[in-house]
Design a binder for this molecule. Structure first.
Ligand SMILES: CC(C)(COP(=O)(O)OP(=O)(O)OC[C@H]1O[C@@H](n2cnc3c(N)ncnc32)[C@H](O)[C@@H]1OP(=O)(O)O)[C@@H](O)C(=O)NCCC(=O)NCCS
Length: 145
């Protein structure tokens, strides 16, 4: 497997994989190519973003994306997106993408990775295997308008 840094020029290469992954279980979102491109393009363009594309024999098989953020005493990495081609889920690609992202941000001085995800056994099962823990201190709050 090979990892390459994601740029805006890669949007067309990753957008269908993203739509397929998040419109399927356990998310069942309703992304279109257009809405997904808006979100991914915005994230790639944000300051200190870092995205990786995983290739297997020159075929895109997964992607990971997030950004570094300064805190008062540290630099955190906000892990915003991770997905794998739905046809080849469960073959270790997601774990390899997380490992590679962790390795790279550590080199950049990041001391903590923060992410939000769906509250379900699939996501807990996957992220706990990648050594993430549910935070005792932080909660996500939302307000619909
Ligand atoms: C979540 C996702 C990125 C995982 O990638 P993957 O390549 O399928 O996962 P891996 O094969 O690397 O799995 C790693 C470990 O997590 C476990 N795991 C993976 N999916 C799991 C699930 N649905 N439920 C429980 N455990 C799971 C595996 O059993 C594996 O453990 P093992 O190494 O002991 O066998 C991928 O399934 C995906 O793209 N899902 C849709 C999009 C998504 O939910 N992204 C994350 C949102 S923040």
């Amino acid at each position: 497997m090979e990892f390459k840094i994601m740029t805006r020029e890669d949007l067309d290469k990753i957008v269908e994989l993203y739509v397929g992954a998040f419109n399927g279980e356990p998310w069942y979102d309703k992304w279109t190519v257009e809405t997904a491109k808006k979100r991914l393009g915005q994230m790639i363009g944000c300051e200190d973003s870092l995205g990786l594309i995983a290739y297997d024999n020159n075929k895109v098989v997964g992607m990971a994306l997030g950004n570094k953020e300064y805190y008062y005493d540290a630099v955190h990495f906000h892990f915003k997106e991770l997905c794998v081609d739905t046809a080849i889920k469960g073959k270790g690609i997601g774990s390899k993408l997380v490992d590679e992202m962790v390795r790279r941000v550590k080199v950049d001085g990041v001391t903590e990775i923060i992410l939000w995800t769906l509250r379900c056994s699939e996501m807990l099962g996957f992220y706990e295997k990648q050594n993430f823990k549910v935070s005792d201190e932080l909660i996500i709050m939302r307000r619909s308008l």
